[in-house]
Design a protein. Structure first.
Length: 359
């Protein structure tokens, strides 16, 4: 699948036929609205009262088809490219991540100044599209199955399950009764996760390790492109890098324990934040207040990245991810998001895995 997606990336980077290589702005066309509706999904756990109806699920195959067609034939749109990358990860798992990043890098390298949406040549629109990807993809990656029982393939757990199972063990040492209540409510235990890990085929970990190694290379390449295009204003990719590193290291360690070879890139420890980055996030003196709303959210994102590096198993950075994403939503969309998914607290509990586990 990775080779097929690489071919599709190359095709999507070709200019659109006609006198406008990047096509036209499609934000107000039906194509955009159709993609947004295909992406929309509802939380199955939300009570519906007397209004019984089917739960709306995202149609990622349709999202993929629509975004692919729009990028090829109508508009080189960075937001649409992000949605396509999201669909690839949803449909093809970890192997979809590197091609998704390669697509963003290729479009940014070839068409940056002419990419859509193009609002008076304001680069912040493009930067915002990439910042959204840095917020969204980690949420998707954490929910993909990282272990799959070869004897009972329906038994599978995600990276979020692993993190939450470790947190449950911490709770157990302090309050055994609370941990027992969580188990009764469906929380995944570390014992369950490790049993599934032991029954997962070695090939699964090999594929995951290879996919995360490719993703690390793609992240490096995209970082380089963004540095050239944006300089000091380049958006960070720390959230994606952090989660991909955790999952890749987990797969690599499992392979090593089984005597199998892991890709060399995964043998290196995760990159620590540079001294300059840390200094900009946590200077010695009290930092000044952000000068604008956008600066405030960038500072909040930097804080989340630092916390993720220092406390990788803490739920706080993941909660901040949601708060930042909500902050970038128009008020009507935010109200719809909160009301459709059982309220903000329900969403945050789901993000850190404290809601009832669904097989």
């Amino acid at each position: 699948m990775s080779a097929e997606l690489a071919e599709r990336v190359a095709a999507l980077l070709e200019p659109i036929a006609g006198d406008q290589p990047t096509g036209r702005d499609m934000r107000y066309e039906n194509d955009y609205r159709t993609i947004l509706e295909a992406r929309r999904e509802e939380d199955a756990r939300t009570p519906r009262g007397v209004w019984q109806r089917d739960v709306k699920q995202a149609d990622w195959a349709q999202v993929e088809r629509l975004c692919d067609g729009l990028l090829r034939e109508k508009s080189k749109d960075l937001r649409v490219a992000g949605w396509l990358g999201e669909a690839w990860v949803q449909r093809y798992g970890y192997t979809g991540l590197a091609p998704a990043l390669d697509l963003i890098a290729g479009l940014s390298e070839r068409y940056w100044d002419a990419l859509h949406p193009n609002i008076d040549g304001d680069a912040d629109v493009h930067i915002g599209a990439i910042e959204w990807l840095n917020q969204r993809l980690p949420l998707v990656l954490r929910q993909l199955p990282v272990v799959i029982d070869a004897r009972a393939p329906d038994t599978r757990y995600s990276w979020a399950d692993h993190v939450n199972a470790e947190q449950l063990e911490t709770v157990r040492r302090k309050d055994a009764a609370a941990a027992q209540r969580a188990e009764t409510g469906g929380a995944v235990t570390l014992e369950q996760f490790e049993a599934c890990r032991n029954r997962t085929a070695t090939e699964v970990f090999g594929e995951t390790a290879a996919a995360m190694a490719a993703a690390r290379e793609a992240l490096d390449a995209l970082d380089a492109v963004l540095d050239r295009r944006c300089g000091r204003d380049a958006p960070g990719l720390g959230r994606i890098r952090s989660v991909a590193g955790e999952i890749g290291d987990f797969a690599g360690e499992t392979l090593a324990a089984r005597g199998a070879q892991a890709p060399r890139l995964l043998a290196a420890p995760p990159e620590a934040p540079s001294e300059s980055v840390i200094a900009s996030v946590v200077p010695a003196a009290m930092p000044p207040l952000p000068a604008s709303r956008e600066a405030a959210y960038r500072q909040l994102a930097a804080i989340a990245d630092l916390l993720r590096a220092e406390e990788p198993h803490s739920p706080v950075p993941y909660v901040l991810d949601y708060l930042i994403e909500w902050g970038n939503m128009p008020l009507p969309q935010l109200e719809s998001e909160l009301s459709a998914n059982g309220g903000g607290i329900s969403i945050l509990l789901s993000a850190i895995g404290l809601a009832q586990h669904q097989e």
